[in-house]
Design a binder for this molecule. Structure first.
Ligand SMILES: [Zn+2]
Length: 318
């Protein structure tokens, strides 16, 4: 029987529907699949996507980070420098995607789960404008708390209060850690997202993120400050595990760039208010995700007691 459903993007279409079941990585399979996992970490996690973020982190550490001498004492000057750098990088990624996909609408509604564009009349959002609301929470709360964690960690390094490893003697260990950052990021994301769907955390914090039924590039870290504190606790691993400031920067970049990319297509059917039970979350890839990295987009569909699925590696987003 011929398919008579309307074309994606045409009036009456429900929007983009990816092939199902959506495949997940072998990284969290049980029983373990070590060979498949290693192959997956090489490609697509590191090649081609991961190397771009590693390169950006190296550039950031070598040229866009204050000296360790300056960071040895808590001073607002160098922390402001890190804030501005982080804000500009986030704005460059999210802004470019917003410009291409939502202002110029280069792909129109292809691959867009929700056919609507960003709301400009919804009172749930600040100034009734979803994009402005998302930019506000991302830059005012998100980048501030991200910068606070990063600055605190750098201050610890500068005073030798946490264990560190140098590249000259520890390059094999740090090379492995460079890949492990991607695994840690998604594992931490899975755990913190489970926590955020506990009723109290959802009602007091995570609801703000899930107002964004229709997601865009600025939605990724548009969150309540309490959620940002939990979300960016990904940095805390480096307070006990020996690492290097470059690894810290890569982890922060990984946590924030994936959100913009994976939020660019949108999601369908998330609850606007706290669910009566925990909420099932599904993973899906978007057109922008395919273009920029192997990062999953998670979207909540309906209240359920079912646990979220296993995480997909790459940089994570809530
Ligand atoms: Zn959620």
């Amino acid at each position: 029987m011929a398919d008579t459903s309307p074309a994606v993007g045409s009036p009456g279409s429900k929007g983009y529907e990816p092939d199902v079941p959506i495949t997940t990585s072998p990284m969290f399979d049980w029983p373990p699949r070590p060979v498949a996992t290693l192959r997956y970490l090489v490609t697509p996690v590191m090649l081609p996507y991961g190397v771009w973020w590693v390169a950006l982190a190296a550039l950031t550490w070598n040229y866009l980070t204050p000296s360790m001498e300056r960071m040895a004492s808590l001073h607002p000057g160098w922390m402001l420098q890190i804030y501005v750098r982080n804000a500009l990088i986030l704005a460059a990624v999210a802004g470019a995607l917003h410009l291409a996909l939502y202002m110029r609408r280069a792909q129109q509604q292809r691959y867009k789960y929700n056919r609507q564009w960003m709301s400009t009349t919804n009172r749930e959002f600040l100034w009734t404008n979803q994009t402005r609301d998302n930019v506000f929470w991302s830059l005012v709360s998100g980048v501030t708390i991200w910068t606070a964690y990063e600055s605190l960690t750098m201050w610890f390094y500068a005073n030798d209060w946490i264990p560190s490893v140098g590249w000259s003697s520890g390059w094999p260990y740090l090379s492995v850690l460079t890949v492990a950052v991607f695994v840690w990021s998604v594992t931490h994301f899975y755990l913190n997202h489970r926590l955020l769907h506990v009723r109290w955390f959802y009602d007091h914090a995570h609801y703000l993120h899930h107002r964004n039924v229709n997601t865009g590039p600025w939605t990724g870290i548009s969150m309540h400050p309490l959620e940002h504190v939990i979300y960016f606790s990904v940095f805390a691993l480096w307070w006990v595990v020996p690492a290097h400031p470059f690894i810290v920067i890569l982890g922060g970049r990984c946590r924030t760039r994936g959100s913009s990319a994976s939020r660019s297509a949108g999601a369908r059917g998330a609850p606007r208010r706290a669910p009566t039970t925990s909420t099932i979350c599904t993973t899906a890839t978007s057109s922008a995700t395919t273009a920029t990295g192997p990062c999953p987009s998670t979207s909540c569909s309906a209240p359920s007691t079912t646990a979220p699925p296993r995480p997909t590696p790459g940089c994570a987003s809530a």
